[in-house]
Design a protein around this ligand. Structure first.
Ligand code: SAH
Ligand code: F3S
Length: 483
């Protein structure tokens, strides 16, 4: 849905959701790649631009400005963006006035080089510099090079109310931390998104309350490493030890924040992503168990099942510690689902290391997984110190063994739901049938069922009678008590 129209239905009244949009005369076409944080950032960008004369459009040919929010996590992600720039170049040929800006991690990684490498690009803006967009746009109009890639110590965009783009009005993201201090050796994020800082909890709760008022039913708290959230008055997390005693004593960590969110809006479902195992505390798991509106699902990337590889990746836990955490999760929340990220073919990975990954997967039996071939990223510690020495053919074979095993486990986890009744939040029409709704249960598995008279945004109980590895199929038995 384009948000070009400034009017919105609020229950049965027509309201103007943002008066400034009425006088906007220009339009911006925004495309986002990569992680959820990028999609969330694009909503911040849309909000900043809407106060500066731009409404969003879904039609790139009618836009005055094209922005692409980019991802650098793997080489493939960057190649996708380069391909899109070719397309935007063709648009520029039909409309020479349109300006093209690159946002996000590739902007931060390549900086001025982007302007030289891609002639079509007019503006390069890193993830902490979006508030400077209005000035940069002025520079572009004046024919100056518009680049701002300064990383910030305290920018969290906590004061900006995001303009929800392509929203179904049901699910929304709330970002709670920015940057990452972990320095996993393969990862470009600490370089493109800077050091870790947390957002003022009050502004998070305000955004949550606001979303509730707008009718949203489920929110996801976002950060590169949410469990590391720590509010002590602002600034970089690494400076916590320099904060005053009072600030330290009254600090708010992730388990407290989660509890505050759960209590503030008991009718809203709460998810969070991503959890780095080294920072996940038992307190967080206990808070999850205590509040019904916090979904029983944890995305817990492990990357490898081998201690040697974990060490070379600079992950701060062993295989045993990870499995112990998983054991605690299943003990405290027996019906919790867990998913993973896994990298195949990290430098020096042996067959034994790879088999350790497969055996770890066998032990956990993850519900889902996001699986990748190692992709060397320029400037990362792994790129500097280790040779990307696993043959492409071997990487591919290992990846497909990991993917095949995951499919087996996903099917195993799906089958556990057969005969059970699960609570589903209806999100959209099923892709395969316009007679069915699709939504997710607490455990994040997609559920499809006949529409009957139910509507998007309603919580319903669905009795599961069939499944694939990715989808549960069932029949609604009525509204859930949360509705
Ligand atoms: N904490 C972050 C992790 C971001 S990167 C989060 O929000 O998910 C997401 C995943 O991409 C990582 O967990 C890792 O599995 C994968 N990844 C990161 N760098 C990679 C690289 N150089 N090659 C292959 N996969 C990588
Ligand atoms: Fe990257 Fe590791 Fe942080 S994967 S985002 S450096 S937790």
């Amino acid at each position: 849905m384009s948000d070009k129209n400034p009017y919105k239905f609020n229950g049965d009244t027509l309201v103007i959701d943002d008066e400034s949009k009425l006088s906007n005369t220009k339009s911006v076409y925004l495309e986002s790649y990569g992680c959820a944080m990028n999609f969330s950032d694009s909503e911040i960008v849309a909000s900043i631009l809407s106060k500066n004369g731009y409404n969003t459009t879904e039609n790139m040919y009618e836009a005055d400005l094209i922005l692409v929010n980019t991802c650098s996590i793997r080489e493939k992600a960057e190649l996708t963006v380069r391909k899109r720039l070719e397309k935007f170049n063709r648009v520029k040929r039909t409309n020479s006035k349109v300006k093209v800006g690159v946002l996000g991690c590739m902007a931060e990684r390549l900086k001025h080089k982007f302007l030289e490498e891609e002639k079509i690009v007019d503006m390069v803006v890193g993830p902490d510099a979006y508030k400077d967009l209005p000035n940069l746009l002025d520079d572009v109009q004046d024919g100056k090079a518009a680049v701002n890639v300064i990383l910030s110590k305290d920018e969290t965009y906590g004061d900006i109310s995001p303009t929800r783009i392509n929203s179904n009005g049901v699910n929304a993201f709330i970002s709670i931390t920015r940057g990452c201090d972990n320095m996993c050796t393969f990862c470009v994020v600490p370089f493109t998104r800077g050091r870790e800082r947390s957002r003022d909890p009050q502004s998070i709760i305000n955004e949550l309350n606001d979303l509730h008022e707008q009718g949203f039913k489920e929110i996801t708290l976002l950060g590169q490493n949410v469990d590391s959230y720590l509010w002590f008055g602002g600034g970089l997390k690494k400076d916590f030890s320099k904060a005053s005693e009072i600030q330290q004593a009254s600090s708010i960590n992730f388990s407290k924040l989660l509890e505050m969110c759960a209590l503030s809006q008991p009718k809203i479902r709460i998810r969070f992503s991503t959890s780095n195992p080294q920072d996940m505390s038992l307190d967080v798991i206990r808070v999850m168990a205590k509040y019904e509106n916090i979904c029983n699902y944890i995305h817990l990337p492990v990357q490898s099942g081998s201690d040697d590889v974990l060490k070379a990746m600079n992950r701060q836990h062993t295989r045993k510690e990870y499995l112990n955490l998983v054991k605690n999760i299943y003990e405290i929340i027996p019906d919790c689902s867990i998913s993973h990220d896994m990298i195949a073919g990290f430098p020096n990975e042996t067959e034994q290391d790879h088999n350790d990954t497969l055996s770890l997967m066998e032990q956990v039996k993850y519900s889902f997984g996001y699986m990748f071939k190692y992709s060397e990223r320029p400037g990362t510690p792994a790129a500097k110190k280790l040779s990307d020495n696993i043959e492409e053919k071997i990487k591919s074979r290992r990846l497909s063994e990991i993917v095949d095993l995951q499919l087996k486990h996903s099917l195993f986890r799906s089958k556990e739901f057969i005969g059970k009744t699960v609570e589903v939040l209806i999100e959209k029409e099923s892709k395969k049938s316009d007679l069915h709704w699709a939504g997710r249960n607490q455990q994040n598995t997609t559920v499809v069922f006949p529409k009957e008279n139910y509507k998007v945004g309603e919580f319903v109980n669905v009795k599961i009678n069939a499944c694939t590895s990715a989808t549960l199929v069932g029949i609604a038995t009525g509204f859930s008590k949360n509705n």
